[in-house]
Design a protein around this ligand. Structure first.
Ligand SMILES: [Fe+2]
Length: 292
Protein backbone atom coordinates (compact mmCIF):
# COMPACT_ATOMS: atom_id res chain seq x y z
CA UNK A 1 0.00 0.00 0.00
CA UNK A 2 1.19 3.46 -0.85
CA UNK A 3 2.37 5.77 1.90
CA UNK A 4 0.78 8.64 -0.04
CA UNK A 5 -2.76 8.85 1.34
CA UNK A 6 -3.61 12.45 2.02
CA UNK A 7 -3.22 15.68 0.04
CA UNK A 8 -0.46 16.70 2.39
CA UNK A 9 1.50 13.59 1.44
CA UNK A 10 1.05 14.34 -2.24
CA UNK A 11 2.29 17.85 -1.65
CA UNK A 12 5.47 16.41 -0.18
CA UNK A 13 5.94 13.81 -2.90
CA UNK A 14 8.06 15.90 -5.27
CA UNK A 15 10.49 16.94 -2.55
CA UNK A 16 10.63 13.37 -1.24
CA UNK A 17 11.70 12.14 -4.68
CA UNK A 18 14.22 14.96 -5.06
CA UNK A 19 15.72 14.08 -1.70
CA UNK A 20 16.64 10.67 -3.15
CA UNK A 21 18.74 12.17 -5.93
CA UNK A 22 22.17 11.70 -4.42
CA UNK A 23 24.42 10.46 -7.20
CA UNK A 24 28.17 10.94 -7.33
CA UNK A 25 27.99 13.58 -10.08
CA UNK A 26 26.80 17.04 -9.09
CA UNK A 27 25.87 17.77 -12.71
CA UNK A 28 23.83 14.57 -13.07
CA UNK A 29 22.07 15.41 -9.81
CA UNK A 30 21.31 18.91 -11.13
CA UNK A 31 19.91 17.60 -14.41
CA UNK A 32 17.84 14.84 -12.80
CA UNK A 33 16.47 17.15 -10.12
CA UNK A 34 15.37 19.76 -12.67
CA UNK A 35 13.81 17.07 -14.85
CA UNK A 36 11.87 15.53 -11.97
CA UNK A 37 10.77 18.96 -10.75
CA UNK A 38 9.41 19.96 -14.15
CA UNK A 39 7.81 16.59 -14.89
CA UNK A 40 6.00 16.69 -11.54
CA UNK A 41 4.90 20.25 -12.33
CA UNK A 42 3.58 19.07 -15.69
CA UNK A 43 1.49 16.35 -14.06
CA UNK A 44 0.16 18.74 -11.40
CA UNK A 45 -0.84 21.23 -14.09
CA UNK A 46 -2.18 18.97 -16.85
CA UNK A 47 -3.53 16.21 -14.54
CA UNK A 48 -3.28 13.33 -17.05
CA UNK A 49 -5.62 10.43 -16.37
CA UNK A 50 -3.98 7.03 -15.87
CA UNK A 51 -5.05 6.14 -19.43
CA UNK A 52 -3.50 9.33 -20.81
CA UNK A 53 -0.29 8.74 -18.86
CA UNK A 54 -0.06 5.18 -20.17
CA UNK A 55 -0.64 6.49 -23.69
CA UNK A 56 2.31 8.84 -23.25
CA UNK A 57 4.55 6.05 -21.99
CA UNK A 58 3.47 3.80 -24.85
CA UNK A 59 4.20 6.66 -27.27
CA UNK A 60 7.80 6.78 -26.00
CA UNK A 61 8.03 3.00 -26.34
CA UNK A 62 6.82 3.27 -29.95
CA UNK A 63 9.45 5.95 -30.61
CA UNK A 64 12.14 3.63 -29.29
CA UNK A 65 10.93 0.78 -31.46
CA UNK A 66 11.43 2.95 -34.55
CA UNK A 67 15.07 3.68 -33.79
CA UNK A 68 17.74 1.99 -35.90
CA UNK A 69 21.46 2.77 -36.42
CA UNK A 70 20.34 5.02 -39.32
CA UNK A 71 17.25 6.51 -37.76
CA UNK A 72 16.99 8.15 -34.33
CA UNK A 73 13.33 8.87 -33.65
CA UNK A 74 14.06 10.74 -30.43
CA UNK A 75 16.24 13.27 -32.28
CA UNK A 76 13.28 13.83 -34.58
CA UNK A 77 10.92 14.29 -31.63
CA UNK A 78 13.39 16.73 -30.06
CA UNK A 79 13.57 18.64 -33.35
CA UNK A 80 9.81 18.78 -33.85
CA UNK A 81 9.06 20.40 -30.49
CA UNK A 82 11.89 22.93 -30.75
CA UNK A 83 14.03 21.38 -28.02
CA UNK A 84 16.99 20.72 -30.34
CA UNK A 85 16.86 24.35 -31.47
CA UNK A 86 16.73 25.53 -27.85
CA UNK A 87 19.68 23.40 -26.75
CA UNK A 88 21.66 24.60 -29.77
CA UNK A 89 20.87 28.28 -29.20
CA UNK A 90 21.74 28.19 -25.50
CA UNK A 91 25.03 26.39 -26.10
CA UNK A 92 26.25 28.22 -29.19
CA UNK A 93 25.76 31.90 -28.56
CA UNK A 94 28.61 33.97 -29.97
CA UNK A 95 29.66 37.25 -31.53
CA UNK A 96 27.58 38.77 -34.32
CA UNK A 97 30.27 37.95 -36.88
CA UNK A 98 29.94 34.20 -36.19
CA UNK A 99 28.00 32.06 -38.63
CA UNK A 100 24.77 31.14 -36.84
CA UNK A 101 24.51 27.53 -35.76
CA UNK A 102 21.42 25.39 -36.02
CA UNK A 103 20.21 21.86 -35.38
CA UNK A 104 22.21 18.87 -36.63
CA UNK A 105 19.13 16.83 -37.50
CA UNK A 106 18.89 13.03 -37.57
CA UNK A 107 20.68 12.31 -40.88
CA UNK A 108 24.34 13.06 -40.08
CA UNK A 109 26.49 10.05 -40.92
CA UNK A 110 30.23 9.72 -41.54
CA UNK A 111 31.01 11.30 -44.92
CA UNK A 112 33.61 10.06 -47.42
CA UNK A 113 36.66 12.36 -47.66
CA UNK A 114 36.65 14.10 -51.04
CA UNK A 115 38.95 16.44 -52.97
CA UNK A 116 38.00 20.10 -53.15
CA UNK A 117 35.48 20.62 -55.94
CA UNK A 118 34.38 16.99 -55.95
CA UNK A 119 30.91 16.14 -57.18
CA UNK A 120 29.06 14.73 -54.19
CA UNK A 121 25.94 13.78 -56.17
CA UNK A 122 27.01 10.52 -57.71
CA UNK A 123 23.60 9.20 -58.73
CA UNK A 124 20.91 10.16 -61.19
CA UNK A 125 20.45 13.59 -59.61
CA UNK A 126 22.73 14.91 -62.33
CA UNK A 127 20.41 13.93 -65.13
CA UNK A 128 17.52 15.65 -63.38
CA UNK A 129 19.41 18.97 -63.30
CA UNK A 130 19.86 21.53 -60.56
CA UNK A 131 23.65 21.76 -60.80
CA UNK A 132 24.91 23.77 -57.87
CA UNK A 133 28.34 25.05 -56.89
CA UNK A 134 28.79 25.90 -53.22
CA UNK A 135 31.99 27.83 -52.61
CA UNK A 136 33.58 30.31 -50.25
CA UNK A 137 36.08 30.45 -47.42
CA UNK A 138 36.40 29.47 -43.78
CA UNK A 139 37.36 32.54 -41.75
CA UNK A 140 37.82 33.58 -38.14
CA UNK A 141 35.84 36.46 -36.65
CA UNK A 142 38.61 38.90 -37.69
CA UNK A 143 38.37 37.84 -41.33
CA UNK A 144 41.57 35.78 -41.35
CA UNK A 145 41.42 32.45 -43.23
CA UNK A 146 41.35 29.15 -41.36
CA UNK A 147 43.51 26.85 -43.54
CA UNK A 148 42.83 23.15 -43.32
CA UNK A 149 39.36 23.49 -41.78
CA UNK A 150 37.30 20.34 -42.28
CA UNK A 151 33.93 20.92 -43.92
CA UNK A 152 31.45 18.08 -43.63
CA UNK A 153 28.57 18.44 -46.11
CA UNK A 154 25.39 16.37 -46.27
CA UNK A 155 22.09 16.99 -47.97
CA UNK A 156 19.00 15.47 -49.54
CA UNK A 157 18.71 15.01 -53.28
CA UNK A 158 16.56 17.10 -55.59
CA UNK A 159 13.53 15.05 -54.53
CA UNK A 160 14.14 15.47 -50.80
CA UNK A 161 15.69 12.10 -49.87
CA UNK A 162 18.91 11.32 -47.98
CA UNK A 163 20.94 8.27 -48.93
CA UNK A 164 19.87 6.46 -45.75
CA UNK A 165 16.21 6.83 -46.72
CA UNK A 166 16.50 5.76 -50.32
CA UNK A 167 17.62 2.37 -51.64
CA UNK A 168 18.23 3.99 -55.04
CA UNK A 169 21.11 6.04 -53.62
CA UNK A 170 24.54 4.65 -52.82
CA UNK A 171 25.77 5.05 -49.25
CA UNK A 172 27.65 8.34 -49.08
CA UNK A 173 25.74 9.93 -51.93
CA UNK A 174 25.34 13.66 -51.33
CA UNK A 175 27.86 13.56 -48.51
CA UNK A 176 31.45 14.74 -48.50
CA UNK A 177 34.23 15.67 -46.11
CA UNK A 178 36.36 18.50 -47.55
CA UNK A 179 39.52 20.22 -46.35
CA UNK A 180 39.87 23.97 -46.92
CA UNK A 181 43.03 25.06 -48.75
CA UNK A 182 45.79 27.40 -47.52
CA UNK A 183 43.48 30.41 -48.02
CA UNK A 184 40.63 28.77 -46.16
CA UNK A 185 38.85 28.33 -49.50
CA UNK A 186 36.54 25.43 -50.35
CA UNK A 187 34.22 24.45 -53.16
CA UNK A 188 31.73 21.66 -53.70
CA UNK A 189 29.78 20.59 -56.77
CA UNK A 190 26.35 19.22 -56.00
CA UNK A 191 22.66 19.55 -56.84
CA UNK A 192 20.13 21.96 -55.47
CA UNK A 193 18.40 20.34 -52.49
CA UNK A 194 14.64 20.15 -52.22
CA UNK A 195 12.28 20.78 -49.34
CA UNK A 196 11.22 17.47 -47.84
CA UNK A 197 8.94 15.95 -45.22
CA UNK A 198 10.49 14.53 -42.08
CA UNK A 199 9.62 10.83 -41.66
CA UNK A 200 5.98 10.55 -40.64
CA UNK A 201 5.64 6.77 -40.37
CA UNK A 202 6.81 6.74 -36.74
CA UNK A 203 6.28 8.57 -33.48
CA UNK A 204 7.30 11.89 -35.06
CA UNK A 205 4.46 11.61 -37.54
CA UNK A 206 2.06 10.69 -34.75
CA UNK A 207 3.10 13.85 -32.91
CA UNK A 208 2.69 16.06 -35.97
CA UNK A 209 -0.77 14.67 -36.71
CA UNK A 210 -1.81 15.30 -33.10
CA UNK A 211 -0.81 18.95 -33.60
CA UNK A 212 -2.31 19.13 -37.13
CA UNK A 213 1.05 20.40 -38.32
CA UNK A 214 2.80 19.81 -41.66
CA UNK A 215 6.04 17.77 -41.74
CA UNK A 216 7.99 19.89 -44.23
CA UNK A 217 11.49 21.25 -43.89
CA UNK A 218 12.65 24.05 -46.23
CA UNK A 219 15.37 23.00 -48.68
CA UNK A 220 18.84 23.10 -47.12
CA UNK A 221 22.41 21.82 -47.19
CA UNK A 222 23.83 20.64 -43.86
CA UNK A 223 27.38 21.57 -42.93
CA UNK A 224 29.65 20.99 -39.98
CA UNK A 225 32.95 22.89 -39.91
CA UNK A 226 35.75 21.78 -37.61
CA UNK A 227 39.21 23.29 -37.06
CA UNK A 228 41.66 22.95 -34.16
CA UNK A 229 41.39 25.90 -31.79
CA UNK A 230 37.87 26.84 -32.95
CA UNK A 231 34.42 25.99 -31.71
CA UNK A 232 32.69 23.36 -33.87
CA UNK A 233 30.11 24.91 -36.19
CA UNK A 234 27.06 22.86 -37.13
CA UNK A 235 24.62 24.64 -39.36
CA UNK A 236 22.38 24.61 -42.45
CA UNK A 237 22.41 26.68 -45.64
CA UNK A 238 18.79 27.27 -46.69
CA UNK A 239 17.52 28.00 -50.19
CA UNK A 240 16.00 31.50 -50.36
CA UNK A 241 12.41 31.57 -51.58
CA UNK A 242 11.45 28.17 -50.20
CA UNK A 243 7.81 28.13 -49.18
CA UNK A 244 8.56 26.45 -45.83
CA UNK A 245 11.16 28.91 -44.47
CA UNK A 246 8.60 30.37 -42.07
CA UNK A 247 7.22 27.04 -40.86
CA UNK A 248 10.19 24.66 -40.68
CA UNK A 249 9.04 21.47 -38.95
CA UNK A 250 12.39 21.35 -37.10
CA UNK A 251 12.57 25.07 -36.16
CA UNK A 252 16.05 25.32 -37.69
CA UNK A 253 15.90 28.51 -39.82
CA UNK A 254 18.10 31.41 -38.64
CA UNK A 255 18.80 34.84 -40.02
CA UNK A 256 22.01 34.76 -42.00
CA UNK A 257 21.56 31.17 -43.20
CA UNK A 258 19.07 31.80 -46.03
CA UNK A 259 21.07 32.06 -49.26
CA UNK A 260 20.25 32.98 -52.83
CA UNK A 261 20.88 30.08 -55.19
CA UNK A 262 21.71 32.47 -58.04
CA UNK A 263 21.44 31.19 -61.60
CA UNK A 264 24.86 31.66 -63.20
CA UNK A 265 25.21 31.40 -66.99
CA UNK A 266 28.64 33.03 -67.33
CA UNK A 267 30.80 30.94 -69.63
CA UNK A 268 33.94 31.74 -67.63
CA UNK A 269 32.34 30.51 -64.41
CA UNK A 270 30.96 27.39 -66.11
CA UNK A 271 34.49 26.62 -67.26
CA UNK A 272 36.10 27.55 -63.92
CA UNK A 273 33.81 25.26 -61.94
CA UNK A 274 33.78 22.57 -64.65
CA UNK A 275 30.01 22.16 -64.85
CA UNK A 276 28.19 21.32 -68.08
CA UNK A 277 26.08 24.44 -68.26
CA UNK A 278 24.27 27.12 -66.24
CA UNK A 279 24.26 26.34 -62.56
CA UNK A 280 23.11 27.63 -59.17
CA UNK A 281 25.94 29.68 -57.73
CA UNK A 282 26.06 29.77 -53.92
CA UNK A 283 28.85 31.70 -52.25
CA UNK A 284 29.14 31.46 -48.49
CA UNK A 285 31.91 32.14 -45.99
CA UNK A 286 31.84 30.21 -42.73
CA UNK A 287 33.00 32.28 -39.76
CA UNK A 288 34.36 30.31 -36.80
CA UNK A 289 34.84 31.48 -33.23
CA UNK A 290 38.15 30.78 -31.50
CA UNK A 291 37.90 28.63 -28.40
CA UNK A 292 38.53 30.41 -25.14
FE1 LIG B 1 18.11 17.93 -43.51
Amino acid sequence: MSDIKAPGDIDRLTQAVLDQVQGDSARVNELLSALITHLHAFVREARPTPQEWRYGLDFLARAGAFCTPERHEFILLSDLVGLSALVDALNNAGPDAMTPTTVEGPFHNPAPPRELGAIIATGSEWERGGWTVLHGRVLDTHGAPVPGARIDVWQSDDRGFYDVQDDAQDTGNLRGLFTADADGAYWVRTVRPSSYPVPVDGAGGELLRAMNRHPMRPAHIHTQVLAPGYRPLTTHLFVAGDQYLDSDAAWGVRDGLVLEFTRNSEAADIERFDVPGPFFDVCFDFVLVAED
